[in-house]
Every structure is written in structure tokens, then in C-alpha cells.
Ligand binder design. Sequence first.
Ligand code: G
Ligand code: G
Ligand code: NA
Ligand code: MN
Length: 254
Amino acid sequence: IRQEQALHDAIDAGLFIPHFQPQVSLADGSLVGLEALARCLDGNPTPLSPAEFIPLAEETGLIVPLGQLILERVLTCIGEWTRAGLRVPPVAVNFSARQFRQGDFESGLRETLSRSGVDPSTLVVELTESSLLQDFSKAEKTMRSLAELGVRFAIDDFGTGFSSLSYLARLPFHTLKIDRSFISAIEQDVRQRAITEALILMSRGLDLRVVAEGVETEDQARRLMGMGCHSAQGFFYARPMPAEEVEDWLRNGS
Ligand code: G
Ligand code: G
Ligand code: NA
Ligand code: MN
């Protein structure tokens, strides 16, 4: 309870900001996207690691206001970068199942986007499989309507949930993110490598952009490129970084 109150107060006080992790083209290392990841500001009394405060936020429902705070700050950054004349690639924001299933998710996102003045096609809504489980037809309706506005969708941590592959063909996803548990195993484990290769092939067939998550070594990057993967994200290229540092990436393209 004390932790919940602290988290509530820290959200009210705006003590969370997005950091951004680059996604790069495997072919030439150029910047093709960014993923926003929530981080604590100094003086924040909640658990400092997102691996702790995100689950706490999910359990308590505070992920809804926390997610909104992060979304607004991401859109503010995009607006500033754009006004500074920088070319901004698609920026992915994580939405938990709880946020996505809110009755007013779609209207809220439309309103937040329109208030920000940011081109909706700059935003990538990153969902996990659990967002799609409960009410498929509602998820489909929401996604189609937002996709018409230009918003793109990525399926995160793919391969770890209880996936029914059929939804991939039916929902307007733009990007599939292969979970990092597969990537960390491709060097030693032929079976994980076989799954990774199959996921890449399937994604290409479905016209989905593929991002390999958690790439940590050059060998992994080389193998992924050999398998036909387009892009990657991971410590080998860059760690999540504050907005000021992203500007160097936006200026140089890598
Ligand atoms: O950044 P890091 O890997 O430490 O994040 C830990 C977990 O928290 C990841 O699963 C990541 O998706 C999740 N996460 C980070 N930022 C956000 C956010 O703004 N919203 C949601 N829903 N999850 C986030
Ligand atoms: O659940 P999600 O895929 O959103 O989680 C993203 C998290 O993965 C971020 O918190 C980020 O810090 C972390 N991450 C990003 N790149 C790497 C990597 O190369 N290795 C590891 N171990 N974690 C990574
Ligand atoms: Na993510
Ligand atoms: Mn992921």
C-alpha cells in the first residue's frame, strides 16, 4: 500500500520520463525507429527499476495514468524534434493490456494525438499478445479505426505468449518484434534458431516489418541478417537513452 501511494504521488508529480532506444537497419546500421521506455527521474521514491515499477503499476491500475504521462511526454519530444527540423522515425510506445482495454482507449488516444499536433503515423502502439485475448472483435475495431488515422501497431515479445497465429493475418499490425529470448539463444540452440528463422519468413509473407529485440552481439546481428531480418534493437547498437542524446542519433542517422 505504501508503495502504491508513492507510485501514485510520483505519477502526479510527473517523476517519470521516457528514454528512447534506437532500432536500426541490419543492412546499414541506420536509424529506422525508436522505442520509448519509462524511467524514473531523480528524487522519485518508487522502485527505480521499470522491472519493478511497471508490474506494480499494472497490478494497481496506475499503469493507466503512468502510460498517459509517458505518451504525452513522448509526443512532446516528437513535437520538439520536428520543430527543430530533425527527421523523426516512427516512435513506439508500450501500452499494457489494461490500457488498451480501457473503454475510452481509442477516443483518449485520438484526443491526445490531436492536442499534440504530432502526425499520427509517427506513433507506433506496441501491444503484447495479452491485449488481444479477451475481446478480439473489439481489439480489431479499435485497431482498424486508429490505423485509418495513420497510427501503426507492433506486436511485442512475439513468441512468448499464448499466440494464435490467426490474429496476425486478421489484425492490422505493421511490425512484429521477436522476443529477445529467441535472439539470445540463436547462437547455441538450433531449435530456437529454427523458430526465429520461421518467424522472420512468416513476417515477410504477411508483409510485416520484423524487429529482433535484445541483439547484444555482432554474431547475432550477422545471423539475423542472413535470415532476412530487416531491423534490430539491442545493447549491441544502443541502450535506452534520454531525449537529449537521441538528438545526436536524429542528426547523424546512426
Ligand atoms: O526498459 P526495461 O526493459 O527495463 O522495461 C522493463 C519492462 O517494462 C518491459 O517489459 C517494458 O516493455 C516495460 N515498459 C517500459 N516502459 C513502459 C511503458 O511506458 N508502458 C508500459 N506499459 N510498459 C513499459
Ligand atoms: O518488454 P519489452 O520488449 O518492451 O522490453 C524492453 C526492455 O528490454 C527494455 O527495458 C530494454 O531496456 C531491454 N533491452 C533492450 N535491449 C536489450 C538487450 O540487448 N539486452 C537485454 N538484456 N535487454 C535489453
Ligand atoms: Na516493448
Ligand atoms: Mn519486447
